[in-house]
Design a protein around this ligand. Sequence first.
Ligand code: ATP
Ligand code: MG
Length: 141
Amino acid sequence: MKKKVVSTSSPQETIEFGKRFAAGLKPGTVLCLEGQLGSGKTTFIKGLAEGLGLKHPSQVKSPTFVLMHIYETKMPLYHFDCYRLNSLEELENIGFQDFVNDPHAISCVEWAEKAGDLIPEGARHIRFEILSATRRRIAVS
Ligand SMILES: Nc1ncnc2c1ncn2[C@@H]1O[C@H](COP(=O)(O)OP(=O)(O)OP(=O)(O)O)[C@@H](O)[C@H]1O
Ligand SMILES: [Mg+2]
């Protein structure tokens, strides 16, 4: 898969990047979003959801007390946040593997590095880096 690196200068630009990225997404894609707290992972997913037709993208927030959210877009969008994950068992218990192997859906996994081997082969990785208060580097591979 082609590697792509962009830098954005505002949350809105990251949202716009997510929207454009959504246009080329095929059902069954798993996106692993990696990068420190506040680096823009959720902001990107907001744009992605909007690009997939979500009517109220403001509902896209990191799942804080649950591990996942499901958004109804033109294909189901599963949004996981593994930051507070204590064990892989917690993911297994909610059926993580069934979700990320759903050929009709898009899955986004924040802090995917914590999901270890449960991430399917062929998942794409998007790495977020904080360059300054308002700039983010986003690398897709
Ligand atoms: N260029 C930018 N792109 C995205 N967010 C930006 C940018 N510049 C500033 N920000 C700010 O950085 C924060 C990014 O928050 P966001 O929730 O998207 O991060 P996150 O990577 O999901 O963090 P967490 O790991 O806590 O879930 C927001 O407060 C946003 O306003
Ligand atoms: Mg987040």
